[in-house]
Design a protein around this ligand. Structure first.
Ligand SMILES: [Zn+2]
Length: 385
């Protein structure tokens, strides 16, 4: 048998505990939706967790008075603090929070993160030290730190595995480097994966168990939640949809191939097209916010075109995975309706009707904080590898 029953129960038990640690209080129904497990399985496992004293139950305060009140569950959590760090391409942000994920302090420094891994890691450690200093929280109180990195991380070696996607970090082992600088337990994940985790536990995708988060920024990456779990792939390189061929013989991409999705669509490319159309823009593409611009029909068309290209690649991904929701984040997501409509148009054209009729396309609910919230969520989940 592929899955002996006790192994399956252990996996389900872990999925429920993780889901509860990531976001609570939660009803049994919410846990079932988020983990993709049957309500009867959730009920049985929760009974065991209550008996073991790992979770506690309390009546819902917002019950409207109809039917049986659905009581809510919370994990028993230890005292102490958690740290989340988000390495962007042009900034580092960090958050210090309680084990219940209540934010104590938050900070951000602008930095060319790609240029030097050593410098970026030093700056991150300084930022965390500053948060602890400002709040008087002793370093020893931090139980766990989780950090998001904008590149693929080899799951076996822990090294940044691409010399082209995050050049200044190739071969670096961020977990060891941050452990040396911060002490305590450190977890590392790809930034789009963490944003997917955040949207699934606290944002747009709370009621689904299968979603794809798309980070449309300087590059295009995706994070996957499948059957209620963060999916990294066998070697940690899942979701690199930015390097899908979309234009035969097109522009040279930073990965060495020609005509990749992100050589056609990125915040920099949209900025270049808007500039060529004579629209008033900020000096740097990273400061571009599209929401004020898309009232202009030329800008709306450029943004919708970008959406259609992203949607072309997402159609293939949807045909393969059948997710319930696509959550669009990153600076390009400020393109709002024209961007989402462009994506939907491609889905209608290129995805199977059974999929394009059902899959929901939403903007990120957490915006630029999705990666940071995801890092904190991961730090709250002890048993995540
Ligand atoms: Zn490429």
């Amino acid at each position: 048998m592929a899955n002996p029953p006790n192994q399956r129960i252990e996996r389900s038990r872990r999925a429920i505990l993780d889901a509860l640690k990531q976001s609570f209080p939660a009803t049994r129904q919410e846990l079932s939706r988020r983990t993709g497990l049957a309500p009867s399985t959730v009920a049985g496992i929760v009974r065991g967790l209550l008996a073991e004293g790992l979770v506690h139950e309390h009546a819902a305060s917002d019950h409207a008075g109809r039917g049986r009140p659905s009581s809510r569950l919370s994990p028993r959590r230890p005292p102490g603090h958690l740290v989340g760090i988000d390495f962007g391409h042009t900034h580092i942000s960090a958050v210090l929070a309680s084990t219940a994920q209540e934010v104590v302090a938050e900070g951000r420094v602008p930095l060319d993160v790609d240029a030097s891994a050593g410098n970026a890691l030093d700056q991150a450690a300084a930022l965390v030290a500053d948060l602890l200093d400002r709040t008087g929280v002793p370093a020893g109180s931090v139980l766990r730190t989780a950090a998001g990195i904008p590149g693929p991380i080899n799951q076996e070696t822990g090294r940044i595995q691409s010399a082209t996607i995050l050049a200044g970090w190739a071969g670096v082992r961020p977990r060891e480097e941050l452990t040396d600088r911060l002490g305590g337990e450190v977890l590392i994940a790809n930034d789009a994966e963490l944003a997917a985790l955040a949207e699934h536990t606290h944002g747009a995708g709370r009621d689904v168990s299968d979603l794809v988060y798309v980070k449309a920024s300087h590059g295009i990456g995706a994070g996957l939640i499948l059957a209620g779990r963060r999916y990294t792939g066998a070697y940690g390189a899942s979701g690199e949809i930015g390097h899908t061929l979309i234009q035969e013989g097109g522009a040279q991409c930073r990965c060495g191939q020609r005509g990749c999705l992100e050589s056609v669509v990125s915040i920099d490319e949209v900025w270049r097209q808007l500039t060529a159309a004579g629209l008033p823009l900020p000096e740097r593409p990273g400061d571009l916010s599209l929401d004020a611009l898309v009232d202009n029909p030329v800008a709306a068309r450029i943004v919708a075109d970008a959406g259609r290209s992203i949607g072309r690649v997402l159609s293939d991904l949807c045909n393969a995975l059948d997710p319930a929701m696509l959550v669009i984040g990153g600076e390009l997501a400020t393109g709002g309706d024209p961007l989402l409509e462009g994506i939907r148009e491609s889905l209608r054209r290129f995805a199977q009707p059974a999929i394009s009729d059902r899959v929901r396309v939403r903007s990120s609910a957490l915006g630029p904080r999705a990666g940071l919230v995801g890092a904190l969520t991961l730090a709250a989940t002890e048993s995540t590898p």
